[in-house]
Write a protein that binds this ligand. Sequence first.
Ligand code: LMR
Length: 394
Amino acid sequence: MFGNLKPLPQDKILQLMSMYREDPREQKIDLGVGVYKNAEGVTPVMRAVKAAEQRLWQDETTKSYTALAGEPAYRDAMAALILGEGHDASRVAGAATPGGTGAIHMALELIQMAAPDATVWLSNPTWPNHPSILNHLGMKSAEYRYFDPETRGVDFEGMIADLGRVAPGDVLLLHGCCHNPTGANLNLTQWEEVAAELKKVGAVPLIDLAYQGFGDGLEADAAATRLVASRLPEVMIAASCSKNFGIYRERTGILLALTEDGAARDVTQGTLAHLNRQNFSFPPDHGARLVTMILTDPELRADWQAELEEMRTGMLALREQLADELRTLTGSDRFGFLAQHRGMFSRLGATPEQVVELREKHGIYMVGDSRLNIAGLNKDSVSVLAKAIAEVGV
Ligand code: LMR
């Protein structure tokens, strides 16, 4: 049996993680996988998470199974975080999932059940695991233009032109904020246009929201999702708590499905629970419980938001420093986009050869498409990176 298996291509991001680990050089810089690091290169356990864990350790009386779709309190707290307090809960079905990836996977399975002929449209480029999971599930996919390599901004004209090819019932996967891998994002006027286009066609948005709080702030980063939710009758949102709560290994995510009415909500809720049962039965609970405690306790929540805001503004400062240093070194403003982009990532625009040169000669690790993780930098390594970028001639 196992002799029939063929070696599979390795995930490029995870492959880079191993290459970085194996590199013996002391001065190496990891700008690969999307993990937040502080100035000391550490991915900290956030203060509110530690405090919630302490409370949980004291107060938790059982580790018995929880609900099949996860605790309703987790769903409600996450729906309020994403859709805002006072959102219409009667439309919201939701299930806890193992991480944001689990939520994407579940959304695609839900599409397979509800609209087997739908094509799922992905931005070009997108997070490599999106097409990979789609292929794994044998689903139809297509690409819409998104990134303009010249300006390093959004190719909005191209995007809107491609949305003209979307058929009724198709699904459009959108990054709710902090586009991965480019860092280039739509403004709200553009989101308004995208929502109108989807409504006109009768297509369904699937919003990947993995970086809420890493771009312009918790509320601002949810604005596009809220706009889409208010304009369209059906919306799916795959959210991750890995980054904004720093609980990567706890695998904490959620799929929210906003339905047209309460009857559809009830059937969808049952379907999400069924999908959990088929895939892994009960979802992981520890991270979801911590998130619920933090979001519903004013003291923990305030501390979490304060620390998240420190992380966000720290990344923005690094972006500005990098753009400034490159302006000085190259005597041009062509890297100004780095300060305009938002979130953890920017696509630098280096060629594959320059990416290899940056790695081999300078010990700087970024993904092959020249996606760099801003949070992998600190004030000192920004200068090292800027000099290397100028030297390889990006
Ligand atoms: C990334 O894009 O680097 C992260 O989302 C981590 C991952 O699983 O790929």
